[in-house]
Design a protein. Structure first.
Length: 112
């Protein structure tokens, strides 16, 4: 039951962004840009474990991966403005983001 509640809350958030975007892309972007996924994950982890060390470690790992995730939102609109098919643009943006993640993780390993 608890897992179902977590899934429903998380799914409702995604649906809210999608529905809001039909009326206002700015408000939907504001909601989507909030670190809601991270906040929910931190809350669920704390409720499940009560372990603040795990929360601290997860928070630090999230910081490393926020920057490469931004590549997706820079690349996708550029590809769409070049008149690429949505699905192709989405795929290329996702691949580019994966490359950025890989490079970031390699850099992270150098500094740890």
């Amino acid at each position: 039951m608890y897992f179902t509640i977590k899934v429903l809350i998380s799914a409702l958030l995604v649906a809210a962004v999608s529905e809001t975007a039909k009326r206002s892309s700015l408000i939907a972007a504001l909601i989507a840009s909030l670190p809601v996924t991270s906040i929910l994950a931190l809350i669920w982890l704390y409720v499940d474990t009560g372990d603040t060390e795990s929360i601290t470690e997860l928070s630090r790992q999230i910081v490393w991966l926020v920057l490469p995730s931004l590549a997706f939102f820079w690349i996708l609109p550029l590809l769409l403005e070049c008149a690429l098919n949505f699905w192709l643009a989405l795929g290329l943006a996702a691949i580019t983001t994966c490359v950025c993640y890989t490079l970031t993780l390699l850099l992270r390993n150098l500094f740890q």
